[in-house]
Design a protein around this ligand. Structure first.
Ligand SMILES: C[S@@+](CC[C@H](N)C(=O)[O-])C[C@H]1O[C@@H](n2cnc3c(N)ncnc32)[C@H](O)[C@@H]1O
Length: 258
């Protein structure tokens, strides 16, 4: 049986296109599961002893454990909302609104990193190179640069673009249990995956939609970009435990110096 017209109109109008990177609580709800990379960053923080610069620091997921251990930490992110959130939540850190493609900080760092696929938000090679050049300018002579991106997975890229696949179930900031469904369409020309998330908060509730793009970067390309930008790839791991990268790896974890 159809819901009454007034209810249907309310439901339709409550569908909203949202932007995840200005909703810290929602971002945290969607990434609460992501903890497997923290030992990787604490390990390299200990090795280098900081000061540390995180590019695309988000809501401070990685900042928190590093600040808890007393490191000198700076985080930069494009989202002023995320940066304001971090400033309030972690007053002992230094948080800056900025663009990782070009930034000018009056400081050099012994550890710079870009975690959790954030580099895949740079869609053109010239933007990636600009970012790597800015990293190099801010990296001390003995400093390390860490980059974490996933290996493009053909099974994911070439799924049926008309079908919604369950991505995860989250505790939505509204207090509701929410299923996040995902559709994606891969554009081979631009090597960009167009991703569409649907937040289903249960029967008769709002279904918010979030669309974003991720540039797929194949291992040879990433190696080339780093070397052409003047980095030495000291190590390339395939997982956070330090397994060397090979053709079965899911992740590309670079440990570089200049
Ligand atoms: C997947 S989140 C990662 C956040 C955090 N590092 C983490 O690991 O949870 C991607 C972040 O990249 C930021 N971002 C996207 N493009 C950026 C750019 N050009 N410069 C700086 N930050 C950017 C977004 O605002 C978002 O916070």
């Amino acid at each position: 049986m159809k819901a009454p017209l007034a209810l249907r109109l309310a439901q339709a109008s409550s569908k909203m296109k949202i932007q995840m990177y200005n909703q810290p609580d929602l971002y945290d709800a969607c990434t609460g599961h992501k903890v497997d990379d923290i030992p990787f960053y604490t390990h390299w923080a200990k090795e280098t002893n900081g000061p540390i610069l995180e590019l695309a620091c988000g809501t401070g997921r990685v900042a928190r454990p590093l600040l808890d251990k007393g490191y000198n930490y700076t985080g930069l992110d494009l989202s002023p909302v995320f940066i304001d959130h971090c400033k309030i939540k972690y007053p002992q850190g230094n948080f800056i609104t900025g663009d990782m493609r070009s930034f000018q900080l009056d400081q050099q760092f012994d550890l710079i990193f870009i975690p959790f696929n954030s580099f895949l938000h740079l869609y053109h090679e010239n933007e990636m190179i600009q970012c790597l050049e800015s990293v190099k300018d801010h990296l001390s002579e003995k400093g390390r640069f860490l980059l974490d991106i996933f290996v493009p997975d053909p099974e994911f890229l070439y799924r049926d673009p008309n079908k919604k696949y369950e991505e995860m179930v989250i505790n939505h900031p509204t207090g509701e249990t929410c299923t996040v469904w995902q559709k994606n369409q891969f554009d081979e020309e631009t090597e960009t995956n167009h991703i569409h998330w649907f937040f289903d908060r249960g029967d008769g509730k709002a279904q918010d939609e979030y669309q974003f793009d991720m540039r797929m970067i194949y291992p040879d390309t990433m190696d080339r970009l780093l070397v052409e930008s003047g980095f030495t790839i000291d190590e390339k791991w395939g997982d956070y435990d330090g397994e060397p990268f090979d053709e079965s790896s899911l992740l590309q974890l670079y440990i570089c110096s200049k």
